[in-house]
Design a protein around this ligand. Structure first.
Ligand code: ATP
Length: 661
């Protein structure tokens, strides 16, 4: 016998230590993980067999079987799926390849309580077997390989595992759990059935158990018991959840299916399940999650959409089926039209796929509109049409379920900034996306002002929707560019997401009203400015001409122009960029991201009414004061002077001058 010992990868050992040493609050999830792995293995076989039917070895009835032996204290999960070669067993069961699980191990703290909670959130796949078992034996053979190429993998969940070649006539994988004390409750037909129904009902393959019958005791006076008949019975519905009629699916089942799909521990905010008919036929089941995954902001994150063709699993993360700005959505698409051998490359070009993608996009936007409307109406009944059923009215409402009216705010906090990418990415739906956007503003600290709200509050004579982009709410609120707007009571939207400035580059008007950055171009308040103010500004400009010339000359390396402004009230100066040029804020973001930034010198605008500006006329330190004004304008918008030491020196010189005067 050739038994080889292998050590687990360090991260696996860490996970196993945790699984076996901390009391696990929800032990039954091991069954969900193992049955779902078994079903995945069958899906993989079905997919590979599309091009090579010989892999079925004459048996195409894929199924998962669960059996138990009370005497031996074992529970066995067996599938006739793809199986594993020796190398695959070593690799798949001895290392952690999935980035999610690696991320999980990197967040382990060593504090058993916190870590146990974490485990509940991430799930640990195959290793969850050690929650209930003190030793696990995996016997497997890859489909298509010879019977002699079977392999037995054994581990007690400590630092290492053993690998041994075996004869195995059956393809697929059998996992035998030697139960520890905590696992004995699962060696019971009723218990197993109820757990499998809970977690695996939506699985499209039959999950079978040995049939049991009640038998009276042979001797009178002795209790009877359940005995196995030797037959297998299918205990789940064994048809894909999405292929069933909506009325036959409970909310709890929808939620459980979502959790399986997403590995999210929280219930989704909403879902929509439809059979789409017409030129392209498909079934669509889409979910809006309540929580954002770690990698949401990575634009390479794959969409959480699984693609099936006529119930046959084709691929995970079918990102051609949704635009990137909706990458937070999870779901299943089952197409009746696509060829079974469709590849990722083919998906990109297919007309059917484009139709599905458009249909999915519209559906998600409709769901979001429903959530947004419910928030406005504050009405729990508002969502009945599209997001057919929601977590709040589930049969078993989840603890901490989010109220209908709060769902949109919840969604927006998690995913709003991703949705904004749609302004640049999806021209066809730009108006619909715009209606879903929410901002804080000079009139609202919370991110709750829609563009329609804004428009309904616009002042008589106001011609644009005003906004300012900044690094943070605080920076936006104290921006000098707002001074005139505040004085006149004109609302300005605060755009403080990184993506805002970029997104606004694609979004020039909403519902016929132009979008205008208050930090760009000349502010023309139109009819909001009275004749007197306009005249005063013109006079000031005339009077300031010589001074402006001197300022321009002094700052010619920093500013493209110097102008007199009426937009300032309390501040002496501010920077603006010309329409169509990128702002200082975006330039800083791009620089941080290591990108080349075009050098646009900003325009310095000065407030002729400000005492410091007035002082310019008479000061003997004109050059220093000019530079200080410029650098302060940079500071006020959240930037840093190009030469901070020189700035400090100049300010100190001025302070000392003032002190000795
Ligand atoms: N029954 C099985 N048949 C064939 N391969 C399996 C089986 N169970 C597990 N594996 C292999 O072991 C790997 C690790 O399984 P594990 O459950 O830890 O992670 P996962 O399935 O990749 O992720 P998750 O369970 O979170 O979806 C799987 O990806 C698969 O390749």
């Amino acid at each position: 016998m050739t038994i080889k010992k292998h050590s687990f990868q360090a991260e696996v050992a860490q996970v196993l230590h945790l699984v076996t040493h901390s009391l696990y609050s929800n032990p039954e999830i091991f069954l969900r993980e193992l049955v779902s792995n078994a079903a995945d293995a069958c899906d993989k076989l079905r997919f590979e067999a599309l091009n090579n039917a010989a892999l079925y070895e004459g048996d195409a009835d894929l199924r998962v079987r669960i059996s138990f032996d009370e005497q031996a204290k074992t529970l066995t999960i067996e599938d006739n799926g793809i199986g594993m070669s020796e190398a695959e067993a070593i690799d798949n069961l001895g290392t952690i390849a999935k980035s999610g699980t690696r991320e999980f191990t990197s967040r382990l703290t060593g504090d058993a309580k916190a870590d146990t909670q974490l485990i509940g959130q991430f799930g640990v796949g195959f290793y969850s077997a050690f929650i209930v078992a003190d030793s696990v034996v995996v016997e497997t053979r890859r489909a298509g390989a010879a019977a002699s190429e079977g392999v037995r993998w054994t581990s007690r969940g400590t630092g290492d595992f053993e690998i041994e070649p075996i004869e195995r006539a059956a393809r697929g994988t059998r996992i035998t759990l030697h139960m520890r004390e905590e696992g004995l409750e699962f060696l019971n037909g009723w218990k197993l059935k109820s757990v499998i129904n809970k977690y695996s009902d939506h699985i499209s393959l039959p999950v079978q158990m040995e049939q049991e019958e009640w038998q009276e005791a042979e001797q009178e006076g002795q209790p009877g018991g359940m005995v196995k008949t030797g037959e297998w019975e299918t205990i789940n519905q064994a048809n894909a959840l999405w292929s069933r009629a909506k009325k036959d699916i409970s909310n709890a089942q929808y939620i459980e299916f979502y959790k399986n799909l997403s590995h999210d521990f929280a219930a989704p905010l909403a879902w929509s399940h439809n059979k789409v008919e017409g030129a392209t036929e498909y079934t669509q089941l889409l979910y809006i999650p309540a929580t954002a995954p770690q990698d949401l902001f990575n634009r390479d994150k794959q969409a959480g959409i699984k693609l099936y063709v006529k119930r046959v699993f084709i691929m995970n993360e079918a990102d051609a089926l949704l635009p990137s700005y909706l990458r937070f959505v999870f779901g299943v698409i089952d197409s009746a039209d696509l060829p079974l051998n469709v590849s990722r490359e083919l998906l990109q070009e297919s007309r059917d796929v484009r139709a599905i993608r458009d249909g999915n996009t519209r559906r998600v936007l409709t769901m979001l509109e429903q959530l947004a409307n419910a928030a406005t109406a504050g009405d729990a009944d508002a969502i009945t049409d599209v997001a057919d059923k929601n977590a709040t009215d589930a049969q078993e409402p989840e603890a901490g379920a989010i109220k209908e009216a709060d769902k949109y705010a919840h969604f927006y906090e998690a995913f709003g900034s991703v949705l904004k990418e749609g302004l640049g990415e999806d021209m066809a739906n730009r108006e619909r996306i715009a209606k879903l956007l929410r901002y804080a503003s000079t009139q609202s600290e919370s991110v709750s002002v829609s563009l329609a709200d804004y428009k309904s509050r616009m002042k008589e004579g106001q011609k644009a929707i005003y906004y300012i982009t900044a690094d943070s709410l605080g920076a936006a609120q104290s921006s000098p560019q707002l001074e005139l707007f505040k004085k006149k009571g004109i609302e300005v939207l605060f755009m403080t997401d990184r993506v805002d400035e970029w997104a606004m580059g694609f979004f020039n008007e909403f519902d016929g009203t132009p979008m205008q950055s208050v930090a760009k171009g000349g502010v023309d308040l139109g009819d909001l400015q009275d004749e007197q103010e306009r005249k005063a500004a013109q006079e000031a400009a005339e009077q300031f001409k010589p001074l402006l010339e001197r300022l321009k000359e002094a700052l010619k390396d920093q500013a493209s122009d110097v102008q007199v402004t009426t937009r300032l009230v309390d501040s002496p100066a501010c920077l603006v960029v010309k329409d169509g040029e990128i702002s200082g804020q975006l330039a800083r973001l791009l620089k941080q991201a290591g990108q080349e930034v075009p050098v646009n010198k900003p325009v310095l605008e000065v407030n002729p009414e400000h005492a410091l500006v007035k002082q310019l006329e008479s000061t003997s330190q004109f050059d220093d004061l000019a530079h200080i004004l410029f650098d302060q304008a940079v500071l006020a918008e959240g930037g840093l002077p190009a030469d901070p030491a020189a700035y400090v020196k100049r300010v100190n010189a001025m302070l000392l001058g003032a002190a000795s005067a």
